[in-house]
Design a binder for this molecule. Sequence first.
Ligand SMILES: *Cc1c(COP(=O)(O)O)cnc(C)c1O
Length: 435
Amino acid sequence: MAKLAINGGRKIRNKNFPAYNNFGTEEEKAVLRVFKSGRLSGYIGAQHARFYGGEEAKSFETEWSKYFGVKHAIVVNSATSGLICAVGAIGTSPGDEIIVTPYSMSCSATAPLFYGAIPVFADIEEDFFCLSAKSIEERITKNTRAIIVVDLFGLPYDSKNINKLAKERGLVVIEDAAQAIFANYGKKYAGTLGDIGIHSLNFHKHIHTGEGGVIVTDNDLFAERARMIRNHAEAVIDGRGGFETLVNMVGFNFRMTEITAAIGKEQLKKVKPLVEERRTNVEYLSQGLKNIPCIKLGKVRKDCTHSYYYQPLQYSSEIAGVHRDVFVDAVKAELLPYEKRTDEGVTLGKGYIKPIHLLPLFQNKIAIGSAGWPWNSPWNKSGVKYDKGICPVAESCYDNVLINNELFKPPMTRDDLDDVVRAFEKVWKYKEELK
Ligand SMILES: *Cc1c(COP(=O)(O)O)cnc(C)c1O
């Protein structure tokens, strides 16, 4: 008789995990306050006192910048918009090369394309999954303008070595901290480690407003350019005069609504307890998972804290004798999904995402229009390649090694976490059934 649920045996668990929902009466009150005011957005897309938005958006920015110890916080409608603003704000031009990671949400690597810049992929660190300083160094050319680093899964990037390299070579560091809110490197928060950073308030992130993002920087010029790009720069600059340069002063509407900002202020108050609970849960879970011989726990970089968007696990098929995907499917079969997220299945991931350079966009070099912009532009001097094999560490994480675990989110209890460990233990014990 089969023991494993995937082969028809009894599951470890027959009820859903409790859903992650950090909304309460605080958010409800905030929404109603703005709703009743009738003023759902405070922005005007022209040179005007309200170019910078309404009371909720502006006070949210003030609170955010104080909390994270940074001079400027600029709220936008998503972290993706924030990344596009940042690439524009640093003065990117067509033909500039921007070094990016293959292992992240796609927009961390595609943002340069909107300014005609060329994404150049460097590989990631084997232990930490963030961009490798050594690999970046190998890919710098005289056309390199910036690096977009990502604090992947909630761990700050190697700012010690990468910032030093950037300084020596005159490069700007854009930090995508969408997954790493409240993580630290020394005394500084993720997002504030580079020259300009991005936080996300998307539904899936630690704290959220449904959709939303925040740009953070100490650089006055980058900040003001980002505000211009957020809100119809081309129209605003006409009434403003004196803005030092027209470069990238074609804007968008990336503005945040007043309701979103009001929710965001309440969410910000919860970031510390929510991230700390994730840390406690991951620590507890790790005590069980570390005894599974084919699983290695992801490490935390020295002087850093992790905010655990995901818990990364490294799998060894040599030790288990079966491929990761077979093992993970068997663990998933022992459990049930989160309540209210049942359509996502059990959130235990096989390899996170396909490395971005392998997406059709890069394989075919067709991004804006059909002719091949920006690679076919006369300013592109790079011989950039997107072949399979250029980022072997990221590719092997995706193909064989990485398991991204989301089964630790509050309000999961010790019993819930024990079930996760028991599912792994059971599949390890009966792995012969999988061969
Ligand atoms: C979620 C995420 C983004 C995008 O955030 P949005 O607010 O959804 O646009 C960018 N980068 C990373 C690493 C992310 O995880």
